[in-house]
Design a protein around this ligand. Structure first.
Ligand SMILES: Cc1cc2nc3c(=O)[nH]c(=O)nc-3n(C[C@H](O)[C@H](O)[C@H](O)COP(=O)(O)OP(=O)(O)OC[C@H]3O[C@@H](n4cnc5c(N)ncnc54)[C@H](O)[C@@H]3O)c2cc1C
Length: 462
């Protein structure tokens, strides 16, 4: 990389008189850290990217098995409505690798009362866009369906300063029974407890619709639907993006290099080596980040350590198509919140995206909350047999064990993040899925924003 000499504005750098010769350190090479390093590189700012593990992408892990299945351990696609992941993909030349969930197999069931029900037609996430088709669906009792549609007549909340939980929001606007339908659709990506999940942090768009249109349903109906595909992915899986960014990084990039402590003027590695820096973008998850801040920033460390997590386990199952008596060309199913089973959802990966299983085979991901993986496996195999008629054992199984590793955005989350930021000097930024959004586009945006913020704090014209 040809690194331009940095031109410091008057007053900068802030912390170290030699800082203009020093790089910015990025801790962690998940999607947030890779995006931060990429942003610094685009600005000609020298950086060091330090990753504890032996690969890039963090939670994003796409693995090709010997028998040609493609297993995704976490994200399998990203939303296009938030443009940052797509933009990054284009910047690193991945236009031709982009794919979308298959429209011709877009069949999704809702499991309620032991029955696989068709999803209501014409939904935007969970919001019914017409009364008629929603009332014909069996996803709630007839009273529950009517009460949910009556949201259009519920006056908007007056006090908008106070945060509230997803559960409080649903019950207030759509009625208590609607929890059974909305929670699986809305809280899924957060694997969250709806009574704790912060509306302001997780779903500000619904609060905005409520305020602007007086109703989420009215607002959703008044806003035009995005044309074209809603999600994107890559032919060879989501790791394609992480690996493509990593391959284009020409700065100092080190794998197998865990950071032990972050200081105002650099970091200490677990081996004891110190690396001097003008600033740090810390993208390790909160439970790892908290101790690294403990020595130099005890107040911030305590606040970061207070951020809670949720657990989830995905069981990945491979079958031959012939093991199923029915057509398995469908995207999957969601389970009603009051169904009384541990399983939350199934994705039929082989039908949702091209290239995930060899011809004549079926690849499933079966999702659970915090559950022992062995128990999850037994329930997953049982449910696949019960609901889809699978005969015999799966060809193989794998786990994506994320117990204790999903950020829980609890009520008041945004205020808590503001307190963390205020407890750190502006050249030390925390960023990533623990703070401002778990989706890949949010992580990319968080990494790039944090990199820009450190550069701005240092008073450098990058
Ligand atoms: C089951 C599941 C399904 C998901 N599905 C989707 C989806 O479909 N779409 C979507 O958009 N999102 C999805 N997500 C969310 C998304 O995958 C994650 O939120 C995102 O990948 C997190 O990126 P990150 O960079 O913030 O953190 P991470 O990926 O956790 O990266 C942090 C990095 O920091 C490194 N690190 C930790 N400690 C240190 C240290 N001391 N020194 C140096 N490095 C360190 C780690 O090794 C890791 O590489 C899903 C998540 C899960 C669990």
């Amino acid at each position: 990389m040809s690194v331009r000499r940095l031109r410091w504005r008057e007053g900068g750098p802030m912390t170290n008189p030699n800082a203009h010769t020093l790089p910015i350190i990025v801790v962690g090479a998940g999607m947030t850290g890779l995006a931060a390093a990429w942003e610094l590189q685009q600005r000609g700012v020298p950086y060091v990217l330090l990753e504890a593990g032996d690969s890039f992408g963090g939670k994003v892990q796409s693995e090709r098995t010997e028998d040609e299945f493609l297993v995704e351990k976490a994200a399998d696609a990203f939303i296009l409505g938030k443009p940052w992941a797509l933009q990054l993909a284009q910047e690193v030349g991945l236009q031709d690798e982009l794919i979308h969930p298959r429209a011709e197999t877009k069949k999704l069931y809702f499991l309620r009362g032991g029955e696989l029900l068709d999803f209501p037609q014409n939904l935007k996430m969970f919001v019914p866009l017409d009364d008629e088709s929603f009332l014909q669906s069996g996803v709630l009792s007839p009273e529950g369906l009517r009460r949910m549609l009556d949201e259009q007549n519920v006056p908007p909340k007056e006090n908008t300063d106070e945060d509230e939980s997803l559960a409080d929001f649903i019950i207030r606007r759509f009625g208590a029974e609607a929890m059974n339908f909305i929670v699986p659709l809305a809280a899924g990506i957060y694997v969250a407890n709806p009574f704790e999940l912060s509306m302001k942090a997780a779903f500000p768009q619904f609060l905005a619709l409520e305020q602007k249109y007086g109703s989420v349903i009215k607002g959703s109906r008044a806003t035009p639907r995005a044309q074209g595909p809603i999600f994107g992915s890559f032919k060879d899986g989501m790791s394609t993006l992480a690996n493509a960014v990593a391959a284009k990084l020409t700065g100092d990039v080190r794998l197998n290099t865990p950071v032990l402590a972050v200081h105002p003027d650099g970091v200490t590695l677990t081996g004891g080596e110190k690396i001097a820096a003008s600033g740090v973008v810390l993208t390790a998850p909160a439970w790892v980040a908290a101790p690294t801040l403990g020595q130099s920033f005890p107040a911030a460390s305590a606040l970061v350590g207070e951020l809670q997590t949720n657990g989830s386990v995905a069981v990945i199952l491979a079958y031959r198509e012939g093991q199923f008596p029915r057509d398995m060309h469908l995207h999957g199913l969601q389970v009603a919140a009051d169904e009384g089973i541990e399983m939350k959802a199934i994705t039929v990966h082989s039908a949702k995206l091209h290239g995930r299983a060899p011809e004549g085979h079926v690849l499933l991901r079966v999702f659970f909350k915090d559950l022992d993986p062995q128990k999850a496996l037994a329930e997953a195999v049982h449910e696949v047999a019960r609901l889809f008629g699978a005969q015999g054992d799966p060809l193989w199984h794998a786990y994506a064990d994320w117990r204790g590793k999903n950020p829980a955005y609890q009520v008041g989350h945004l205020d808590h993040i503001a307190r963390i930021r205020a407890a750190l000097p502006p050249n030390i930024q925390v960023a990533g899925s623990s703070y401002t959004g778990v989706g890949i586009p949010d992580c990319v945006n968080a990494g790039r924003t944090a990199a820009r913020d450190v550069v701005a704090a240092l008073g450098v014209d990058g």
